[in-house]
Design a protein. Structure first.
Length: 315
C-alpha cells in the first residue's frame, strides 16, 4: 500500500494575521523537510482546492480528445520551449503527453480552445501558483537564515516560470516508468496529481510513494536552491511510476530563475562558516540548455546525462 511519508505543512498561518506560533512551526517543518527530504506537502496554500480539482478534470477532458483535436494546439516554431501540446516521442524514456505553458500573456503560449474555460483556468491557476511559489521562496529564505527578501530580490524575473499538465499512459507488461529518476533544475516545484498517483521520492536510497491527496500540493526543492545553499537543502531525486490499465494525470509548476542569473554557493554557506563551495558557478541558462539537451538528444551512455554533478567540485 502506498504511504505518504513526506512531511506536511499547513500554511494557513501565513494567510491570517497573528499566529506567530503557527508560522514558526511551519518554518521549522519546512527547514527540516528541505534538509532531510528535499520534499514536503502543503495544505491551505492559497490555491483554491476547487480550482485544482477543476484543473485535473479539464485536463482529462482535453487529453481524451482525438489526436487531431489536441494537435491543433501544437507549439509554434521558434519559441524558447515547446509551449502547447506535445506527445513524447516513442524513443523517449518519459511516457506521457503534455500541455506546456509559459506565464499568462506570453506570446509563445498556444492554448487549446476546448474544453471551454480551460484556457482561463490555466491562466488563473498559474497566477495562484506563482503567488504560492513566492511565499515558499520567502519561507526558504527564512529557513536558510538569509537576509530578508534576499531570494526575492535575486529571483526577480518571473518570465521563466513554467507549468505543464501531463497525461501518462498505462504501464505495459514490460515496463512502468512514467518519468525516470531525476532532480528538478529550477528553484521550487509544485505537483498535484489525480487519484491514480505514481510520484515517488528517493530518501536515503529508498523510494517513498507520495499518496495523492486532493487539494494538496507536493513541493520539492530544485537544483538552484541546492547550489545556493551549498547542499544544506537538497534537490531530491524523484520519478513517476505508471500503473497498468489507467492513465495518470498531473500538473507540475516550476518556479524558476531568470536565465541570465549567476548561480553559485552563497558566502553564508561557504566562507562565513569555513566550508568549501561544493559547486563552481554558472549562468543558469547554460545549465538549462545542457539539461534540455539531455531530452532532445538523449546520450547513449547514462554517464553522459548532464546533472548538477557537472558543476560539482570534487572534495
Ligand atoms: O508528473 C509529475 O508528477 C511530476 C513530473 C516531474 O517530475 C517533472 O516534470 O519534473
Ligand atoms: Fe521533476
Amino acid at each position: 500500500m502506498a504511504k505518504t511519508s513526506i512531511p506536511t505543512v499547513d500554511l494557513s498561518p501565513f494567510f491570517t494575521k497573528g499566529d506567530e506560533e503557527g508560522k514558526k512551526k511551519a518554518i521549522k517543518i519546512i527547514g527540516h523537510a528541505c534538509s532531510e527530504y528535499g520534499f514536503f506537502q502543503i495544505v491551505n496554500h492559497g490555491v483554491p482546492v476547487d480550482l485544482i480539482n477543476r484543473a485535473l478534470k479539464l485536463s482529462k477532458t482535453f487529453f481524451d480528445y482525438p489526436s487531431e483535436e489536441k494537435l491543433k494546439s501544437s507549439p509554434q516554431p521558434g519559441g524558447p520551449l515547446p509551449a502547447g501540446y506535445s506527445r513524447q516521442p516513442e524513443r523517449s524514456a518519459d511516457k506521457n503527453e503534455f500541455l506546456l505553458m509559459l506565464p499568462p500573456g506570453s506570446s509563445h503560449n498556444v492554448y487549446p480552445s476546448n474544453p471551454p474555460g480551460f484556457r482561463e483556468l490555466l491562466d488563473e491557476i498559474f497566477s495562484y501558483l506563482v503567488k504560492t511559489g513566492s511565499l515558499i521562496e520567502s519561507l526558504l529564505n527564512d529557513c536558510l537564515g538569509l537576509p530578508p527578501n534576499f531570494l526575492k530580490d535575486y529571483n526577480n524575473d518571473r518570465k521563466w516560470d513554467l507549468m505543464s499538465t501531463f497525461r501518462y499512459f498505462p504501464a505495459t507488461d514490460m515496463e512502468n516508468t512514467g518519468v525516470g529518476e531525476h532532480k528538478d533544475v529550477n528553484c521550487i516545484t509544485f505537483v498535484f496529481e489525480d487519484e491514480v498517483g505514481g510520484l515517488e521520492v528517493k530518501k536515503d536510497g529508498e523510494w517513498i510513494s507520495v499518496a495523492p491527496t486532493q487539494g494538496t500540493l507536493v513541493v520539492n526543492v530544485g537544483d538552484i536552491i541546492q547550489v545556493l545553499s551549498n547542499n544544506k537543502f537538497k534537490s531530491a531525486s524523484h520519478r513517476v511510476v505508471r500503473q497498468q490499465g489507467r492513465n495518470r494525470h498531473s500538473y507540475a509548476f516550476f518556479y524558476n530563475l531568470g536565465g541570465d542569473k549567476w548561480v553559485e554557493p552563497l558566502p553564508q554557506f561557504t566562507k562565513a562558516i569555513g566550508e568549501p563551495p561544493r559547486y563552481r558557478g554558472f549562468f543558469y541558462k547554460e545549465y538549462l540548455q545542457l539539461r534540455l539537451r539531455n531530452k532532445t538528444h538523449p546520450p547513449s551512455r547514462p554517464e553522459d546525462v548532464i546533472s548538477l554533478a557537472h558543476y560539482a567540485i570534487p572534495t
